[in-house]
Write a protein that binds this ligand. Sequence first.
Ligand SMILES: Nc1nc2c(ncn2[C@@H]2O[C@H](COP(=O)(O)OP(=O)(O)OP(=O)(O)O)[C@@H](O)[C@H]2O)c(=O)[nH]1
Length: 697
Amino acid sequence: MATDISKLRNIGIIAHIDAGKTTVTERMLYLSGAKHRVGRVDHGTTDTDDDPEEQERGITIFSACVKYRWKDFDINLLDTPGHVDFTAEVERCLRVLDGAVTVFSAREGVEAQSETVWRQADRYEVPRIVFINKMDREGANFESVLNDIGPRLGGNPVAIELPVGQGPPHVSDPFRGVIDLIDMKMLEFDPETEGKQVNETEVPDELRDDAMLWREQMLDAVYDLSEDAAALALEDKEVPREMIVSALRAGVLDRKIQVVLCGSALHGIGVQPLMTAVGNFLPSPLDRPPVEGVDPKDREKTLVRRPDPKEPFCGLVFKILPAKTGDNYWIRVYSGQLKQNSRVQCPNRDKKENIAQIWQIHATKKDRDGQVETVGAGDIACVIGPRFAITGDTVCDTQNAIELPSIKFAETVISMAIESESTGDKKKLEETLDMLRRQDPTFRAVENEETGQTLISGMGELHLEVIQHRLTRDFGLNVKFYKPRVNYRETIGGSADVVGVCNRQLGGQQMFARLSVKVSALEESSAPVQVFDRLPPETPLSNTVRQAAMDEIRERAAGGGLLAGFPLSGVRIEVYAAEAAEEGSDEVAFRIAAGDAFDRGLEAAGPVLLEPVMRVELTTPEEYMGELVGDLQQRRAIIAATESRGQMTVITAHAPLKELFGYSGSVRSLSQGRAGSSMEPLNYQPAPQADADSFTM
Ligand SMILES: Nc1nc2c(ncn2[C@@H]2O[C@H](COP(=O)(O)OP(=O)(O)OP(=O)(O)O)[C@@H](O)[C@H]2O)c(=O)[nH]1
């Protein structure tokens, strides 16, 4: 177990699909001494695991995070899927990792999806290093990828390696190793040992001038980052190696630069220097800012926790995996120590949780996975025992509670009603949905007691398809699925000034209240509803009556819009005048007037139905462009960008989700399987009038 936090690295590998994330990961685990497990990670074939220990314990190794040692560093490598349809998975990893290796393909370079993950990493302020993979591929071009990182991603790459040759064996100057620009050594990786054996030699004469030029470029970056190094350079003195490394490290940690390395993970070239670079240039938990949260008892109060074992314990649940022996809770510990057989607080659920067992999952056989008694600040571990927390929840010391910001996941955009075919299955379905919901924070399931159906919601058609398969195939449930529909929202088109009135006999008494309300549309139609009490101080209302009127408006707004009760957004409601009578102007009267004002205001401001719009990315050979664009236009899509990348054209379009059901299948058939598509929620936009009318007819 790691005790020296300064040597601990919590990292993820982020990349476009196919850039080689899995291959790089596998190679790192292999080189650090792990058993080679190709194919398991991305194919999810853990159910065929032949490791009896894994089966017995029901823990799926390599699913969330593995620990390995490289030199004197302890690395926690988090698994991040590259597929944009599951960006939530990437979000949760970015939240708990300290640094990342971004992998690009030397052939395809910076792809659209690389931009998505790069920007996600920017948002979480994650320091990065870059690995340009697939240097052995035909058409590999190190310099062109390097030069794209600035303009396309806003990065500032600094090469610390230079490839020796590029491309496959049959080209005149194939890729065969790298030159380390810091130590000015040539590194070659023996294919006989799958690259395990590294031969270090002097830089050959014919490459020396070129390498010196590249080293100068690297040193220019060092001078910008370190005054001491710049001063030495001015005096024409050699900058010591340690100073170069520490200046580059500081630059990476401050997110001013990204050091760049290259290789071919598939052929075991260049991976050891990458592993060393993870230790040298990526942050330890001590290098990251302390975490901030709020005091659950006084949410105005900000609390801070440092990665110090002496601080009170706090951690974040970032992944939950079901297991026969009790769900596996993956926790990043931010401060203090988490102890086995202890109880911790989960402020998000207002519950106490048991910590029955703590496991560390090692990648190497010699370190055997093991149960540990404690896990310290900065580290990541798998815990068995909790029952209430869901992904994104905080767990903390019961006496020193703190609630960390939860992981933000996008709202669901698609729903489907489901129903168990037999009453016997009903309970099992409920339990399974509950388990899936805890595992997957972007999945919702709400039971409708009137119809007995459950409405499940997710991030897209593919997401619900995956859930559907899991329910029927993995859990053997007999479930009926209805047609999916998009999740609409409601807003208003304009503004209105209205008066809500209550003037009626109720229980033999005359009730009276009038409330003047201004309703207006917010600029952002998806912004939460704002309700303001702007009644002047001289208003003749008691605090309770006034509060009742405001509560009524807030409750009505939370109940949804006028068209069909879909969630309401983008609306501001200001209550600015009230009139009461001598008698009969109590809470009930003002609640009635407030409800009336709400309805009139929304009606007068013009209710608008909003539909989810997706950002679609389509990659196709030129010849299918016409047909695919025609198909997109029929789906009410707006083409936002068209770009040619090598032999492929990449189209970015914005289209309503309602028109995209079955889209990936249609792309495949229109292009004979040659084009591919991916989509992610973009925003909400007004739906066609006919759709809105269908709810009011
Ligand atoms: N020639 C060559 N092929 C590579 C290299 N690295 C990976 N590949 C191949 O590229 C393909 C994609 O590699 P993966 O490691 O699965 O890529 P990934 O980024 O993990 O892809 P996803 O899991 O789909 O996100 C596979 O066929 C690999 O064998 C490399 O260095 N050289």
